[in-house]
Design a protein around this ligand. Structure first.
Ligand code: ZN
Length: 347
């Protein structure tokens, strides 16, 4: 028995020296309590210590299902089932000045940067946190109450420092500010013209999309009358990735009516409409009038991804006032940008 055991150990060590491979700087985070650390890569090696949840060790090499770690001035081996590997050290960036906003209700915060770690808390849509570090697809975040890890996909794509996660570099977006010239569009409770507010939104949207790298074109850069046909043609002759028509609503008979809605015409634009509508509502907290099929010339005769937004009722005095504030315009624009970003990352 004694000889056989030594022989096995010898063979294992031999295999170890042959096949153990050096890996890049990576760390192992332990995901379970009382994990045995052994003197070699197999259960036949004796334990030299134990590791517990959340402890972090530097990885020296891996062999099959075993990982060699630096342990108390020597090295030890643990089974990879009980660890989560943090990718290269350089990706763990210390990012103390970054703030993120949670995107969805009941977002899980975990004790480590992988779904193997336990859920320690839940965050709600709109909660903000400071970013402590980044590890692969995860942020380590903290606020006064809790510190935990959140999947990057679950946070707002635009943080309050303008750290934009969308890249529109290869996108061409046509923005169509409704009406213009003698066609003033709807008239607001205090006399604002739809064409003017639509133009403000279009130009803010142009600014933001341009800053994200998009090639942006306005169908109506000035206050002039442009036919519906030219607007649709504008989009059709270009390699347009999205055509966004901006309008404001009016219902003077019932001035308390409010809300935002998004129209599409062709079935394939339903998702685009859905994402934009969803993100605008998230940003503005406006009444959600949903998405519907709308028989409007600029989207019906448009053969590129296209939607028409009705961004609020200017017949409502409160809404009309709000639309004259930059803060609210930024919320609308952020919603549209986020919707487009989500759409582009899905198609
Ligand atoms: Zn209109």
């Amino acid at each position: 028995m004694q000889i056989k055991k030594s022989y096995l150990l010898y063979i294992s060590l031999f295999i170890f020296f042959l096949f153990s491979q050096q890996v890049k700087a990576e760390n192992a985070i332990i995901t379970t309590d009382n994990v045995n650390i052994r003197s070699g890569p197999g259960t036949e090696f004796e334990p030299i210590g134990q590791a517990n949840t959340n402890e972090e060790y530097h990885i020296k090499s891996t062999q099959g299902n075993w990982v060699e770690i630096e342990f108390e001035n020597q090295t030890g081996w643990i089974i990879s089932d009980y660890i989560s590997i943090l990718e290269n050290d350089p990706e763990i960036n210390e990012n103390t000045d970054k703030t993120i906003t949670i995107r969805y209700d009941n977002t899980q915060l975990r004790s480590g940067p992988s779904t193997k770690f336990e859920i320690i808390s839940f965050a709600e849509s709109g909660d903000t946190f400071d970013v402590v570090s980044e590890a692969g697809d995860w942020y380590e975040i903290t606020n006064d109450e809790v510190t935990g890890y959140v999947l990057k996909q679950l946070i707002d794509p635009i943080d309050q420092y303008g750290g934009l996660r969308f890249d529109f570099t290869d996108k061409t977006i046509v923005i169509d500010a409704g009406h213009g010239g003698h066609d003033v569009g709807a008239i607001g409770a205090s006399g604002s013209y739809e064409k003017d507010i639509a133009s403000v939104t279009a130009k803010e949207l142009e600014k933001k999309l341009t800053s994200l790298g998009a090639n942006v074109l306005l169908t109506r850069p000035e206050d002039e009358f442009i036919s519906l046909k030219s607007r649709a043609t504008y989009s059709n002759v270009l390699d347009t990735d999205a055509f966004i028509s901006i309008h404001y609503n009016s219902f003077p008979e019932q001035p308390n009516v409010t809300g935002i809605e998004t129209y599409y015409y062709h079935e394939q634009n339903k998702e685009l409409a859905h994402y934009i509508q969803q993100e605008i509502i998230k940003e503005t907290n406006a009444r959600d009038r949903g998405t519907s099929v709308g028989d409007y010339y600029v989207i019906r005769q448009n053969f590129q991804p296209s939607v028409l937004l009705e961004l609020g009722f200017i017949s409502n005095k409160g809404v009309e006032q709000l639309l004259h504030t930059n803060t609210y315009q930024q919320q609308l624009v952020t919603g549209i940008v986020n919707g487009l970003g989500i759409y582009f990352s899905n198609y």
